[in-house]
Design a protein. Structure first.
Length: 133
């Protein structure tokens, strides 16, 4: 398995688990039966402020996965693996993890910095596909 695929799989795993903290908050805030029986649209029920931010951070992670995953898969299918792509996938993972943490904690400057770092990693992958780097 390439480094790029390894970090893609870890990013998929991380993204698939980001819902857990805010759903646990629902159990605490709303109670077990209201949480389990809730049929309201997302974001309409009682939720802690940090959990509302976690929901938005998770949504943002999913939106960015739609760029990251195809780029990594394209690199794999084309047999492109360079020091730049290997570094980009590693940094992307930790930037997205940090983004979720600082977004949930409500730290605005760090949120922007971590988002921009992950975005730059996506550009590095795309530029590598285009043979621009």
């Amino acid at each position: 398995m390439t480094t790029e695929l390894h970090w893609l799989i870890l990013t998929l795993l991380m993204t698939s688990l980001l819902w857990v903290p805010y759903v646990l908050d629902r159990f605490l805030v709303r109670g077990t039966w209201k949480t389990l029986g809730d049929t309201q649209p997302e974001g309409t029920g009682a939720q802690s402020l940090w959990a509302k931010r976690a929901i938005r951070a998770h949504q943002n992670a999913i939106e960015n996965l739609a760029i990251f995953a195809p780029a990594v898969l394209a690199l794999h299918f084309l047999g492109i693996s360079t020091p730049a792509t290997r570094a980009a996938v590693l940094v992307y993972f930790f930037a997205r993890l940090a983004h979720y943490i600082v977004y949930t904690a409500g730290i605005p400057f760090a949120r922007t910095l971590t988002f921009a770092t992950a975005w730059a990693c996506q550009l590095a992958l795309i530029f590598s596909l285009l043979h621009w780097i």
